[in-house]
Design a protein around this ligand. Structure first.
Ligand code: CTP
Ligand code: CA
Length: 225
């Protein structure tokens, strides 16, 4: 079989990846969701497996095939994603949070379909758990890699998240103007807790996933030898 360059660099490592959106149910037929395709997280998971890692992929609702060699757990809500990620995090060397986790969910889940009996409807929302933030607050934790899709001052928002969630790396991208969600091409800049800035350039998501993993691998090797 043909081997990709660098194959085996993640042998013996457990890579945990989350991908896709989460859906927060409102009633039996409706939910709040977002436009994440899951492609970036799936590409990262596939590449990590190709590099020899044991890979756990926690996927929100997406229409994507499971990459070769990847162990996949499907979830729907942020709460389910949190439980699945935390269950695997104990044995993971790195957690790459590529999922677009919903920030809010309906405070109440209606048992029956909501009928249009009123002229207007106000939904009360509550915050979902912050999965990366929760892992970041732990003393014993895998290397943590976050994503930040931002408009405006991308760098300052990304650095703020890096610090606030106690991450090792954050991959930031500018959304809008045909970049980001639902498009194949993207551009990422990685900010590290040690101050390093690594521009991964502009490429399709498969290539960016490979470049991001190269950064992660270098740092894992540096950390543990
Ligand atoms: N994230 C998470 N749990 C959440 C929300 C986000 O683990 N409930 C993770 C995402 O997977 C991503 C990172 O945190 O890796 C940043 O997500 P983002 O939405 O940019 O940050 P938030 O903290 O939700 O802040 P905001 O949406 O207000 O910018
Ligand atoms: Ca958010």
């Amino acid at each position: 079989a043909l081997e990709t360059p660098g194959s085996g660099r993640l042998a013996g490592r457990h890579v945990l990846v989350s991908a896709g959106p989460t859906y927060e149910d409102l009633d039996p037929v409706r939910y709040l969701g977002n436009r994440s395709s899951g492609r970036m997280g799936f590409a990262i998971a596939g590449r990590a497996a190709a590099l020899g890692a044991s890979v756990t992929l926690v996927a929100g609702p997406v229409a994507l095939p499971t990459p070769a060699g990847v162990r996949r757990t499907d979830v729907r809500s942020a709460a389910q994603m949190r439980d699945a990620v935390l269950a695997a995090a104990g044995s993971a060397d790195v957690y790459i949070g590529a999922a677009a986790v919903a920030d809010y969910r309906p405070r109440l889940l209606a048992a029956d379909k909501i009928k249009k009996t009123q002229d207007s409807l106000t939904l009360e929302l509550e915050r979902t758990p912050d999965i990366l933030g929760e892992l970041g607050s732990r003393r014993q934790r895998p290397m943590l890699v976050g994503f930040a899709a931002e408009t405006g001052d991308v760098e300052s928002y990304a650095r703020d998240k890096l610090a606030r969630k106690n991450l090792d790396l954050i991959a930031a991208n500018h959304v809008g103007e045909g970049k980001g969600f639902e498009v194949a091409d993207n551009a990422l800049v990685v900010y590290a807790a040690d101050g390093a800035v690594i521009d991964l350039g502009e490429a399709d998501k498969t290539e960016l996933a490979a470049r991001l993993l190269d950064v992660v691998v270098d740092r894992l090797v540096e950390k543990d030898g």
